[in-house]
Design a binder for this molecule. Structure first.
Ligand SMILES: [Zn+2]
Ligand SMILES: [Zn+2]
Length: 362
């Protein structure tokens, strides 16, 4: 069984034969059908999110596959099921799960440090987020597995595991964008495009897509953006004020994780406007926002983890929206690639050439 191993940050990822050390009672083994290449895989590879001791590591967390084996106590899925993998576990029992906040499930730490993969030299490779789907097979806690039945092509379904849910959810469930409102999205990769789609689904009146990459602005328009802003050619805060009678927008989404951009996002809000922080900032970084903006202008900031989604309910719902043509997953997939193309896929992402590359398996 082959897996793509990141031996050390920033080094070329290598394909190796690996094994598992056995299957836990509440774990399932999954044959990977498709896995998206997400920006957070790249952030880990650039060493921005964790200590070097985490390596070697198998990335890949935006996945769909077929259950091929279940542990003795598994009840949520069975062999043969197609499951989309939730980025966060839903144990159903902990303090947060009981409150409908499963994105903060307290078992995440445990799930994320599952046994991972055994390399041929006997050493262990950690599975990112307890998933590790840049591999022909992977093993996860059953609390990550969401069984689905759908005709939507699986390379599209995979994206619901992370990027689509994070973005659409940020608009629908974190911000609760209102019909007719003005919405700005700073950063239009896979997650940002999904925010655009979420804002469209919510009935936003004007959707401003802000991104320096021409391809991404063009795609955003296809997903429902009504106005495109190149933040290199013009000051996006000025442009958004001009477009809104100098008031600013109702909702503004930070989808880059870059502190300087967060400052612009906050500045582009109208009085009482809502900023949603979606992007993953580098560990240890701070967002510096105008104190007067809070005090005198009543601006609000909301954090958004995984689009505030409740996986077992919302992941099938999003796939349903794709089935009825209301959510465009097909246009999110820029390239279908093989496992061995992972290094090139990272390069393409760095260069802003793709919305999503998706690794598919036969
Ligand atoms: Zn992701
Ligand atoms: Zn829980």
């Amino acid at each position: 069984m082959r897996a793509a191993i990141a031996v050390r940050p920033n080094e070329r990822i290598v394909i190796e034969d690996v094994n598992f050390g056995g299957l836990g009672d509440r774990e399932v083994r999954i044959r990977t059908r498709a896995c998206g290449v997400c920006h957070s895989d790249l952030s880990y590879h650039e060493g921005k999110n964790g200590p070097a001791e985490m390596f070697p590591m198998v990335y890949g967390h935006e996945a769909v596959g077929e259950v091929v084996e279940t542990g003795s106590a598994v009840s949520r899925c069975k062999v043969g099921d197609i499951v989309v993998v939730s980025l966060f576990p839903v144990c159903g029992e902990c303090w947060h799960c009981q409150r409908g906040e499963s994105q903060h499930c307290e078992t995440f730490g445990l799930v994320a440090t599952s046994q991972g993969f055994l390399r041929e030299d006997g050493s262990r490779a950690l599975a990112l987020a307890g998933i590790g789907a840049f591999a022909e097979e992977f093993q996860i806690s059953e609390t990550l597995a969401v069984p689905i039945r759908t005709d939507v092509p699986l390379e599209q379904v995979a994206l619901v595991g992370c990027g689509v849910t994070t973005g659409v959810g940020a608009a629908l469930w974190t911000a609760q964008v209102t019909p007719g409102s003005t919405v700005a999205i700073f950063g239009c990769g896979g997650v940002g495009q999904s925010v655009v789609q979420g804002a469209r689904l919510a009935g936003a009146g004007r959707i401003f897509a802000v991104d320096p990459a021409p391809l991404k602005r063009q795609v955003a328009q296809q997903f429902g953006a009504t106005d495109l802003i190149d933040p290199i050619a013009q000051d996006p805060v000025e442009a958004l004020r001009e477009a809104t009678d100098a008031r600013g927008v109702d909702f503004a989404f930070e989808v880059t994780g870059i502190p300087a951009v967060a400052q612009q996002v906050f500045a582009s809000l109208r009085r009482r406007g809502i900023m949603v922080a979606v992007g993953m900032p580098p560990a240890g970084s701070d967002y510096i926002l105008s104190g007067r903006g809070f005090f005198a202008e009543e601006k609000q900031v909301r954090g958004s983890l995984y689009g505030s989604a409740q996986s077992r309910y919302h992941l099938p719902m999003l796939i349903g929206l794709a089935e009825s043509g209301k959510l465009d997953l097909a246009s999110m997939v820029s390239r279908k690639i093989g496992l061995e193309d992972i290094n090139e896929a990272f390069d393409a992402m760095r260069n802003g050439e793709v919305i999503r590359s998706v690794i598919t398996f036969d």
